[in-house]
Write a protein that binds this ligand. Sequence first.
Ligand SMILES: [Zn+2]
Length: 224
Amino acid sequence: MTPTTPEQALAELHAGNRRFVTGVPRHPNQDAGHRAAVADGQHPFAVMVGCSDSRLAAEIIFDRGLGDLFVVRTAGHTVGPEVLGSVEYAVTVLGTPLVVVLGHDSCGAVQAAREAVATGTPPAGHLGAVVDAVVPSLRRAAEEGVEEIDGIVDIHIAQTVEALLANSTVLAEQVAAGRCAVVGMSYRLSAGEVRTVATVPAGGRTATLPGPAAPADRSAAVAG
Ligand SMILES: [Zn+2]
């Protein structure tokens, strides 16, 4: 059955990720029968605002199929108007109850932003827009004394959760009305598992951001 609440959607994602991590995926909703069944309409239970990294394919790492996930991906899960519009379409028109920001360790976009800031040389072309969108997260990491890349990635995921809510009144209203939740997850490339780093529950308004604690403590503190 398709999840209809944020809690059910989150549970379904975690169950699918566990199957993927342990090597027993079911590949649900990928057969010809299901393809025909969803041709007339979609009711995805989660929106993924993920990094474009080729190793972060949402339907694979959460063991889902056609019609399950509404996926928006940019390098470094940076959020511009088209991304916001896509998220708003899913939560209002399709009634999707959960928005997930999906980042990962060793993120190339975060590394590129770090290099640009360190060298004072902005990248050529439109890559500059990606770097610009990551820089506020670098600033926050510096304020908190976080220097290692994966700690910065966690902060950037939480910042992206905040950016979605700060820049989309439509999404913020859906969350405040209790119809939708926003969660930030960090994926580990080698292990294949996701970890929650920020949560804005349905009915809530403020993102729970990683604090200045050590990375391990930080995830534990905000996951519960
Ligand atoms: Zn990335």
